[in-house]
Ligand binder design. Structure first.
Ligand SMILES: Nc1ncnc2c1ncn2[C@@H]1O[C@H](COP(=O)(O)OP(=O)(O)OP(=O)(O)O)[C@@H](O)[C@H]1O
Ligand SMILES: [Mg+2]
Length: 250
C-alpha cells in the first residue's frame, strides 16, 4: 500500500540514509529498529509524505505525491497518520484533542455537517479512547495527564483520524510497562482494522512482540527487512546479526 523505493535523504552534506526500500501493506505491522540518530524519524517523515526524498520514490497505492499536484498530495497525505516521538497535544480536554483527529480527516462540507452530528463524533471519540483505556479521562484537561496517558491520547487521536497507514515514532520510549502494553495492544487493534502500521523503536523486544516484519536501519541504509522471526533468529546480514545480539554497539 505504502512503498518507498531506493530513497535517499541528506541534510546538507550529511547523508541520513541511502537507497533504502521499505513497504507496508494493509493490516501489517512493520517495525523499524536501529540506534539513535540513524534516521528513523527522518524515514517516518518521508513515509508520512511530508519530507521529499532526494532520490527514489515514495508511493501510496501507486501514486507518487511528489509528482502529483499539491491538492492531490494533500489528499494522499491525509491518508497517513503519524504519532510523534513527543506527545503533541494542544491545551484543552482529552476529548477535544481526540475529536481533532476526526475533524482533520473530514472535508469542509463534512465538517460543517458534523457540527450537527456531535453525538456521532462523541461515539467515535469514546471508541478511540476505549482502545487506549482512557474513557474515564474524557473531560480532563490534557495538561493534568501523566506522560504515559498523554502518549495514549496522541495514539487515540491518530486512531480517530482513521488513517490507512499509521506511523508511530518511538511510541513507548518514556513509558512504563503498563502504558507500553496498552499502546502495543492498540497497535494490534489498528492492524485488525486493516491499518498498515510502521513503528520506529529502539526496543528490539517491542519489535519482536508487535511486528510482522522488521527492518533494521544501521548507518546509511536498511541492512535487512524480513519476517520478525527470521530477523531475530536467523538474519542473513552479518551486521544485522551483530546488532540483534548486542555485539554492534553505537
Ligand atoms: N532538520 C534537520 N536538519 C539537519 N539535520 C537533521 C535534521 N533532522 C535530523 N537531522 C539529523 O539526521 C540524523 C537522523 O536523525 P533522526 O531524527 O531521523 O534519527 P533517529 O533514528 O530518529 O534518532 P532517535 O532514535 O534519537 O530518535 C541525525 O544525525 C540528525 O541530527
Ligand atoms: Mg527519532
Amino acid at each position: 500500500m505504502l512503498r518507498a523505493t531506493g530513497v535517499s535523504r541528506s541534510y546538507g552534506d550529511d547523508t541520513v540514509f541511502r537507497d533504502l526500500t521499505i513497504d507496508v501493506d494493509a493490516g501489517e505491522v512493520v517495525a523499524v529498529i536501529g540506534p539513535s540518530g540513524v534516521g528513523k524519524t527522518t524515514l517516518l517523515r518521508t513515509l508520512a509524505l511530508s519530507l521529499e526524498p532526494d532520490e527514489g520514490r515514495v508511493k501510496l497505492d501507486g501514486t507518487d505525491p511528489w509528482t502529483a499536484d499539491e491538492a492531490e498530495r494533500l489528499v494522499l497525505r491525509r491518508r497517513v497518520g503519524m504519532v510523534f516521538q513527543e506527545a503533541s497535544l494542544f491545551a484543552g480536554t482529552v476529548a477535544r484533542n481526540v475529536e481533532y483527529g476526526l475533524r482533520v480527516r473530514r472535508s469542509w462540507s463534512e465538517r460543517i455537517a458534523s457540527l450537527f452530528r456531535l453525538s456521532g463524533a462523541a461515539d467515535a471519540v469514546r471508541e478511540s479512547l476505549d482502545v487506549v483505556g482512557l474513557t474515564d479521562k474524557t473531560d480532563q484537561p490534557v495538561d493534568s495527564l501523566s506522560g504515559g496517558e498523554a502518549q495514549r491520547v496522541s495514539f487515540a487521536r491518530a486512531l480517530a483520524y482513521d488513517p490507512d497507514v499509521l506511523l508511530l515514532d518511538e511510541p513507548t520510549s518514556d513509558l512504563d510497562p503498563r502504558n507500553t502494553a496498552v499502546i502495543e495492544d492498540a497497535v494490534g487493534e489498528a492492524s485488525d482494522r486493516g491499518i498498515g502500521v510502521v513503528v520506529a523503536t529502539h526496543d528490539m523486544h517491542q519489535a519482536e512482540r508487535v511486528a510482522d516484519r522488521v527492518a533494521v536501519l544501521l548507518d546509511d541504509g536498511i541492512t535487512e527487512v524480513g519476517p520478525t522471526a527470521e530477523i531475530f533468529e536467523d538474519p542473513a546480514d552479518e551486521r544485522t546479526r551483530k546488532f540483534i545480539s548486542g555485539e554492534l554497539v553505537y
